[in-house]
Design a protein around this ligand. Sequence first.
Ligand SMILES: [Cu+2]
Length: 98
Amino acid sequence: MQRLFLLFLLLPGSALAADHVVSQKGRAFRPAEMTINRGESLTFTNEDSFIHQIYVDGLFDSEEKAPGENLNETFPNAGTFQVRCHIHPTMRMTLRVK
Ligand SMILES: [Cu+2]
């Protein structure tokens, strides 16, 4: 039973619990711009066949994410943020939290 529960946590489908989903695909964040409400969560999913990473200066700086892995982040404060990947400096997403 415990093993089944762990399996569920690892399924990509668990990303559906987030308020919004952003893909990392083709060395880009998709969508590249998004507006959300304060307190909402966002799940980043690595849909490429290589490693990505996710960070926002001053907010968070994730571990490297293998293909298929997720990162969940909640954004409690309003503002405009640049979401980026250390591994691929050209990857940028503009996130507006209102
Ligand atoms: Cu990347």
